[in-house]
Each structure stands twice: as C-alpha cells, then as structure tokens.
Design a protein around this ligand. Sequence first.
Ligand SMILES: NC(=O)c1ccc[n+]([C@@H]2O[C@H](COP(=O)([O-])OP(=O)(O)OC[C@H]3O[C@@H](n4cnc5c(N)ncnc54)[C@H](O)[C@@H]3O)[C@@H](O)[C@H]2O)c1
Length: 332
Amino acid sequence: MSKLSIGLLGAGRIGKVHATAIRATPRARLTAVADALPEAATEVAESAGAEVRTIDEIIDADDVDAVFIATPTDMHADLMEQAARAGKAIFCEKPIDLDVDRVRACLSIVEETGVLLMVGFNRRFDPSFHAVRGQIDAGAVGEVEMVNIISRDPEPPPIAYMGRSGGLFRDMTIHDFDIARFLLGEEPVSVSAVGSVLVDAEIGDVPDIDSAAITLVTATGKIAQISNSRRTTYGYDQRIEVHGSRGLVRAGNIHQSTIEVAGDAGFTKPPLMHFFLERYMPAYHAEVKAFVDAVLDGTPSPVTGYDGLRALMLADAALASHEQRRTIDVSP
Ligand SMILES: NC(=O)c1ccc[n+]([C@@H]2O[C@H](COP(=O)([O-])OP(=O)(O)OC[C@H]3O[C@@H](n4cnc5c(N)ncnc54)[C@H](O)[C@@H]3O)[C@@H](O)[C@H]2O)c1
C-alpha cells in the first residue's frame, strides 16, 4: 500500500481540519466524506477530489483503509466498533465516549479485531510541547517533579454545545489531562479539583463550570497542576512548565506574528493566536502524519485507546472531586 486511503466521518469544525491535513500528507489520500449535512460533506469532498458517501458505505468500502471519526462525541463509540469489525484502521476524535464503561467495552472490541486505533490528542504533536517532552527525554531538567499547565480558551462554546459536551473536565480539561500524563511520564493516582462559574451565569444553568483548578499526583509524588478558564481577553492562553531536579523547561504562548512595537508606553506585541484552530494547526497536521505513518509502517499507535480511557477517568475523578469536595483515588 503506497498511500493510505481514508474515509472521513463528519465534516464539521474538526472534520474540515483533518481533511486539510490529510490532503497535506503525501502518504495519504482522502477518498470519501460522510456528513448528515449534504452541503458540509460536498464542500469538503469537492475540495479534496473525494466522493460523498454515507457512513455505512465508507466503513464497508473495499477502497478505504482507514476512517477518521469526527462526528459528535455521542457517535464515536458505535462508529469505532463498526469500523473495527470492518477491519479499518481508526483515528477517533477525543473523547471516545463520556462513559468509562462504554469506552472499556469499545476498546475491547478494537483489541479483539487488532486494528490500529489512535485518539485525537493533538497537543502531543504541537511542535513546542513535543520539544518540551524531547528535553525531558534528553535529561535537560533531570527528574521531572512538577508540571504546570495553563489552558484558557478565549470564549466559551455555545450553550447548546455545552449541554452535550460532558462538561468542562471531559470536554476541555481532557486535553490537559493527556498532556499532564505525557509530561509526567507517570500515571496520576489521585485528583483534587475545584470549579466555579465566574465567566457566565448561564453556564451554571447548563449545569457546568467555566473555571477550574486541578491537582494530579503520581505514586512517587510528582505533581501536575492545571488552570482552566473558558474566557480570556487576550486570546488562547496555552502555556506549560516542567520543573525538574536539574532545571526547568517551558513553552510559552504563540503570538499572531513575532513583531514588537515600542513607544513611550513600552513594548507591545500582536495578540495571541485566537483559538485552537490557529494555535494547533501544525499539531493537527503532525498527528495525521503520525497516524498515517503508524498504519503504513506497522508501528504502534502514537496515542492509544488506553490514553483516551485514562484521560476520561481523570476527568470523571476531577468532577467527583469538585462535587464531593475531596481527593479522588484514580490508581490504574
Ligand atoms: N482535538 C481537538 O482539538 C478537537 C477540536 C474540536 C472538536 N473535537 C471533537 O471532535 C468532535 C466533533 O466536534 P466538532 O467541533 O467538529 O463538531 P461539529 O458539530 O462542528 O461537527 C460534527 C459534524 O458531524 C455531523 N454529524 C452529526 N450527526 C451526524 C450523523 N448522524 N451522521 C453523519 N454526520 C453527522 C454534523 O453535521 C457536523 O458537520 C467532538 O467529539 C469534539 O469533542 C476535537
């Protein structure tokens, strides 16, 4: 197989990003696109020289090797099982499902079939975060001791989206839980979290929270702290810092350009990249390449179903901690 033939399930916000990334990946070809909205599927298919098909037609097709699941979250697990049974390699957007038992059942079917599954934790592929991990691996900071993650969105999603999202911890913090595991290099065994409604009272009516602080601790005592907000006045705030026995490594925010303007009020820089589509575009491209390479070269999945399961377990534990005002054990 010289090129991986891919079928895209869901041509919404993130589906469009994946379509663009697939087209930019030399070893991949976008063959077919499905979406409940015909105009959404047609727009993406036409731009890629692909066909519009139904989900079932794509999963059953002999000319499709792999599927990208980019439909709403509540469809992921069913589609993953269907695709695994059809022998397709699977890239699935996060989260796999909002229910841990459903995720476990789904992963056992994927395991039985032996197909490759990659979960869409794109931030691992961000060039800066990837380089932070590289410095840890190279021993630059010695033994990792503390990880700090600041992750703040410029604005909340629509209220209607929040009702189906599973809440801030499962929808938004889930990326930060994954990055915390990625950088700690050890599994967190306890979670304490507090959350508040500080941005918009309507979010409280969903019910959901819009601001949170979370602490994760591993069995050897390594600590990760995450600060989340659904609002900034200054763009997408995505920073990490890893403190170790020999030093620290950190990754800062990315501005819209690198210019600085100086005057009598001091130096100013352009605003930050506004949100995830701009900030993480290189990461979305790199994760697609990693998936395609893994399938074609027969190497292990770069982000496994277990990674998806653990991030969801940490999210559930954070919610329980916030609601019950106590530390929750999440030993694997
Ligand atoms: N990794 C990331 O950074 C990231 C970013 C955004 C969204 N996501 C995840 O991606 C998934 C999709 O999110 P989105 O923001 O793109 O949503 P979206 O609503 O923009 O897109 C979903 C698409 O699925 C289509 N769809 C809905 N029901 C369907 C059906 N029965 N059959 C076929 N198509 C159907 C919709 O018409 C829509 O075009 C969610 O699980 C979300 O958590 C991940």
